[in-house]
Ligand binder design. Structure first.
Ligand SMILES: C/C=C/C(=O)SCCNC(=O)CCNC(=O)[C@H](O)C(C)(C)COP(=O)(O)OP(=O)(O)OC[C@H]1O[C@@H](n2cnc3c(N)ncnc32)[C@H](O)[C@@H]1OP(=O)(O)O
Length: 271
């Protein structure tokens, strides 16, 4: 038998109402599909994002994930109709915790993740993009955290992930003013990694350049950065050394070094 060592593995993909999931050439593409509300993140959308994070986790074909949105926006924030219906501080706190939890699951994915931003990424929409490892914006895209203009504060991670990414002063500029920054300024701020004519095409190019590298090394590099973030330098460096050790024990490391010495491109197997 050809596949006698392989387990029969069936990936169960739920029927999503507000997003689609597809994988092509090891790139998982998650597309928010609620364009009539500029992909506003309702509870249902958030729950589907949590489910799709689980699918990505389980899908051996998914080696880089791109998040994008259908229509005029990446996502224009949490759903303001739902926010208007929050009756008391406890309900609102639960709402923030729900968004935080879903975005924490996305941030914890073991593969590189990219937000491909066109149109608007505002409030919770920008916070979703901040939960990704990398952000690519289309020229003309508008990014911001407008919550204080609504009497709110960013509640899906924005007050924490934005200052960690671009620094406290620049983050508070955006949070206090609520202003929209365009793609070029976002690039200067370090809020996005790249700007292109078409965000999705640019994100796919970025994904391709990541996919050339060893999968386990990518996962370990991400783990080292993420785990080190909250620690002091000495502790974080210990983690780095441990994970370097794991990387050095992979078959792909042998292949990578052998390929270099033989002056050819490596063929990584994720082993
Ligand atoms: C913890 C997290 C908190 C948060 O995220 S708070 C929310 C933060 N986000 C915002 O404040 C942005 C809200 N949206 C806007 O300011 C505007 O939209 C835009 C500037 C993004 C675009 O303006 P324009 O081009 O004039 O479009 P349009 O007619 O306002 O929107 C099209 C439809 O989309 C709905 N929509 C837009 N954003 C949201 C949202 N965040 N929640 C719910 N619905 C939204 C609208 O209402 C409308 O719908 P209809 O056609 O039925 O009137």
């Amino acid at each position: 038998m050809e596949h006698e060592h392989e387990h029969e593995f069936i990936l169960e993909i739920p029927e999503f109402q507000h997003l689609t999931y597809e994988v092509e050439g090891n790139i998982a593409l998650v597309t928010l599909r609620r364009p009539e509300a500029l992909n506003a993140l309702s509870r249902e959308v958030l729950e589907e994002l949590a489910q799709v994070a689980e699918v990505i986790h389980q899908d051996p074909e998914a080696r880089v994930a791109i998040f994008t949105g259908e229509g005029r926006a990446f996502a224009a924030g949490a759903d303001l109709k739902e926010i208007a219906a929050l009756k008391d501080p406890f309900m609102a706190r639960e709402y923030a915790l729900l968004g935080q939890q879903v975005f924490a699951e996305i941030a914890a994915l073991p593969i590189p993740t990219i937000a491909a931003i066109h149109g608007y990424a505002l409030g919770g929409g920008l916070e979703l993009a901040l939960a990704c490892d990398l952000r690519v914006a289309a020229k003309g895209a508008k990014l911001g955290l407008p919550e204080v203009g609504l009497g709110l504060i960013p509640g899906f991670g924005g007050t924490q992930r934005l200052p960690r990414l671009i620094g406290r002063g620049r983050a508070l500029d955006l949070i206090f003013t609520g202003r929209h920054v365009e793609a070029e300024e976002a690039l200067q701020l370090g809020l996005v990694n790249r700007v292109g004519e078409d965000a999705l095409e640019e994100a796919k190019r970025l994904a391709q350049s990541i996919l050339k590298n060893a999968p386990i090394a990518l996962a370990l590099a991400k783990e080292s950065v993420v785990r080190g973030e909250g620690l002091d330098l000495a502790e974080a460096l210990e983690i780095e050394a441990d994970l370097f050790g794991y990387a050095a024990a992979t078959e792909d490391m042998k292949e990578g070094v052998r390929a270099f010495l033989e002056k050819r491109a490596p063929e990584f197997k994720g082993e």
